[in-house]
Design a protein around this ligand. Structure first.
Ligand code: ADP
Ligand code: F6P
Length: 491
């Protein structure tokens, strides 16, 4: 398998001596896909998070103390894509983060459409496609049975909104080179309804790029239907809504809902081992997010403030622990959000703090996996209230780590993919601040037996539908999974 994504599962940094070192990247894509590539001995094509000027400088091996799934990825399995820094900035910050991110999260007012960013998106996608083709040729060369025998066909898995054009070029180049391969695409964010999608001036090109794949996957059926709808209305494709098929360029492309999961057992293990880090005197409401305006953090703080106003009995007994990992710090919307959060945390803490208690503990930074597991395990409430989110893995990690009896409560927004599938969570519309405060109150006062019942169901589902299940579903949707049933048929 060759995985292609904007970011490699680690970023490179220079230490004091100028030596390159790896640092794990945060985000849903990395958490989910790294174990797949490592365990499947695959290749990963992506950007290393730093502009390497010396073309001969190579990727270092991981630190021996690194326990993240990324650690097992050997440097000879990594293809680092090098793009001119100015082009990269316009492609990544300009097109991906300032246009696609807000648009696909149905927040078009936050998008800034600029032709220049689109042109650089095209150039960058071409670069990723070229690197992938080079990687593909090396795979085929090292396994010369591949194309000729028609077996063991390389599988290329392209990820996310950064690379929506690349697949079609990979297909064309592979065909020209006479190399057989299968192409799959997975979008880790929502796919918006047609009315929003068509605001993008080059929306046809995006669809044509994605339709270069054999199969296009999304988290939930709603996003699949939006995509199928756009293919029909923008490109005039013949579509089958029931079976989620799109005809394009003489081929039939499968569209599939593939809700992503987490490495459930690994989180349980982390939670079992992690030392206690939170005080037991107060109940903790936990938020863990990249600092991103789609995550609804401002609404969340206001809901917590409203809780303290309406239910003063929680003062000195409950704290909100919000961990926000810095993200896309070159983009103004993210800088503004950082400022707004700093001010809001200061104002709410200034209003309610007593000599013994601060209502909000705010950590602006990444935390280690161990610490994260301890926070998840020892919190009374997991508060996951994005305004819009493709899936949201934090909700799933929280329930995996809830190993204490009695457990805590998960609150989740209906506008996250997780809100569609985690039925036993308390569902909370983050836009309505006073109702959100009431839902937090309900969670804080929920009887033990109800908490146990809800958490048992949530945990059972996430254990079954974990990240391995997601990968198998992807492979099955690609027709690349040989199941026991297939063996039985052949036998
Ligand atoms: P997104 O893909 O938008 O970042 P997800 O909730 O799907 O959102 O995934 C976020 C991932 O990043 C999770 O695996 C979570 O554990 C990790 N993460 C988020 N915030 C932090 C943090 N402050 N420190 C460490 N890891 C974090
Ligand atoms: O899940 C959406 C996503 O954009 C992923 O592709 C990425 O891993 C994560 O969010 C973090 O974003 P970025 O790579 O821009 O820091």
């Amino acid at each position: 398998m060759i995985v292609v994504s904007n970011r490699l599962p680690f970023v490179l940094k220079r230490n004091k001596d100028g030596k390159l070192i790896r640092k794990a990247s945060a985000g849903g894509l990395v958490t989910a896909v790294a174990p797949v590539v490592v365990n499947g001995n695959g290749l990963w094509v992506g950007w290393p998070g730093i502009h390497l000027e010396d073309p001969l400088e190579s990727i270092p091996e991981s630190d021996p103390n690194d326990i993240t799934p990324t650690a097992g990825l050997k440097s000879n399995k990594v293809v680092s894509v090098r793009i001119d820094p100015k082009i990269f900035d316009s492609y990544y910050n300009g097109c991906c983060n300032e246009i696609f991110w807000p648009l696909f999260h149905s927040m078009p007012d936050r998008a800034t459409f600029k032709g220049e960013h689109w042109r650089n998106y095209v150039i960058a996608n071409k670069e990723f496609a070229d690197c992938t083709i080079t990687a593909l040729k090396s795979v085929v060369k090292s396994d010369n049975t591949t194309a000729s025998a028609g077996q063991n066909i390389p599988l290329i898995w392209v990820h996310d909104y950064h690379l929506m054009l690349a697949a079609n070029w990979i297909r064309q180049s592979a065909e020209e080179e006479g190399i057989a391969c299968k192409l799959g695409f997975f979008l880790h964010i929502p796919f918006p309804p047609w009315d929003i999608f068509r605001l993008f001036p080059w929306s046809d090109e995006i669809l044509q790029g994605m339709l270069g794949c054999d199969m296009v996957g999304f988290h939930i059926t709603d996003y699949c239907l939006n995509f199928v709808d756009c293919c029909q209305r923008n490109l005039g494709c013949r579509v089958d809504r029931k079976n989620l098929l799109v005809e394009h360029g003489g081929r039939t492309v499968r569209v599939r809902p593939l809700p992503i999961g987490i490495p459930f057992d690994r989180f349980v293990e982390l939670a079992e081992k992690a030392p206690k880090v939170l005080s037991t005197t107060q109940k903790i409401i936990l938020g863990v997010d990249r600092l991103d305006y789609t995550k609804g953090l401002v609404h969340r703080l206001r809901a917590f403030e409203s809780l303290l106003e309406k239910h003063p009995e929680h003062k000195e007994n409950v704290s909100l622990l919000q961990i926000a990992v810095p993200s896309r710090t070159d983009v103004k919307e993210y800088q503004d959000l950082k400022e707004e959060m700093d001010q809001l945390v200061g104002r709410i803490n200034g209003r309610f703090t007593t000599p013994n208690w601060s209502p909000i503990r705010y950590i602006y930074g990444a935390v280690s996996q161990d610490e994260l597991a301890a926070f998840y395990r020892d919190s009374a409430i997991g508060l996951v209230t994005p305004l819009r989110d493709g899936m949201n893995l934090v909700a799933k990690e929280f329930v995996a780590c809830q190993i204490n009896t009695p457990p805590g409560v998960l609150i989740v927004s209906p506008f996250a993919g997780a809100g569609e599938t985690m039925h036993e969570a308390l569902i909370c519309n983050p836009y309505e601040i006073t109702s959100a405060a009431e839902i937090i109150h309900r969670a804080l006062t929920m009887p033990e037996d109800e908490r146990i019942l809800r958490m048992n169901y949530l945990r059972r589902r996430e254990k079954l539908n974990d990240v391995n299940y997601w990968t198998r579903s992807f492979l099955a949707a690609m027709g690349s999974l040989v199941t026991q049933d297939d063996h039985d048929d052949i036998g």
